[in-house]
Design a protein around this ligand. Sequence first.
Ligand code: DHB
Ligand code: MG
Length: 236
Amino acid sequence: MRKPDYPHADVEKWSSVDSYFSTLLAPADPVLDAALVANATAGLPAHDVSAMQGKLLALMARMIGARRVLEIGTLGAYSTIWFARALPASGTIVTVEANPNYAEIARANIDRAGLSNRVELRVGKALDVLPLLEAEAAGPFDLIFIDADKPNNPDYLRWALRLARPGTVIIGDNVVRGGAVADADSDDANVVGVRAFLDMIAADPRLDATAIQTVGEKGWDGFALAVVRDTAEGER
Ligand code: DHB
Ligand code: MG
């Protein structure tokens, strides 16, 4: 069993259900499994999404017919591989990683997956790379996954909106943090960043959003899900 980011008394039950579901719906896959092993062996933080979460992200990309995906925070490219496989042959994912050591592991995982033609890995701090993407007119992206350092989440959301279009789906990872997100007085910089991100989403008339709590082998966490409104769309 993986070590959960947010342990909880029921994490063993949640993990056994995750394992049952993933055996049925996201069965063992040599490429994805090799990526997880490579990430763990290289000592990357065990912050990869779970298989069931990876499948959820991939399905969301397929549900909206995504062709262009932007991922902020590659880590070892486990989620990148899920997204890349969900794209049509002509689709691409741009994924941004600040840590060159993580990026090297990610590159090897992407190459082993045979996905280097569909993945553009950009190495650098996202707050440096995102303006370059705008300058290159790399957007608009159909789906943007924000999964990097949480204190910068508000700035990542600002950039996501600049690289989006009406209909773009914006997903933020790790917004529950074992329940810590509900603590308005938290001095945890990750919680403060996530709360500021959620406040911005809530206050932005361009966005329509929800958040889902997830339990499983990663413990108790969740995703923020937002869609950029059509300009013609009124408040719902
Ligand atoms: C953390 C970051 C992640 O992206 C994740 O999936 C789990 C935990 C963290 O910074 O604590
Ligand atoms: Mg994450």
